[in-house]
Ligand binder design. Structure first.
Ligand SMILES: [Zn+2]
Length: 85
């Protein structure tokens, strides 16, 4: 299991990684993934932030930047949403 920081909220996100995880892929074990936008840019986003991107059209890099500006970075402590930590 690897982790990566979300490009929007900077939360450290668990991701499935490595060849072993490929065959055991489950949404419960992954909290985010890399999205490739129509303009070719790539961002790593947690599901929370992904939910907040526009869903009535294809999100752009501008939408991600905009969302980041409206989002406070998440502190690692007081992180009760991710209750298993
Ligand atoms: Zn996020």
């Amino acid at each position: 299991m690897a982790s990566e920081s979300c490009d929007v909220c900077e939360r450290s996100v668990r991701i499935a990684g490595g060849i072993g995880d490929l065959w055991n892929f489950a949404f419960e074990s992954t909290q985010g993934y890399t999205v490739e936008l129509t303009d070719g840019s790539e961002f790593f986003l947690c599901f929370d932030c992904m939910d907040r991107l526009p869903d009535d059209r294809e999100p752009t890099a501008e939408d991600v930047t905009d969302l980041r500006e409206r989002t406070d970075p998440v502190d690692d402590d007081g992180n009760h949403f991710w209750h298993w930590r």
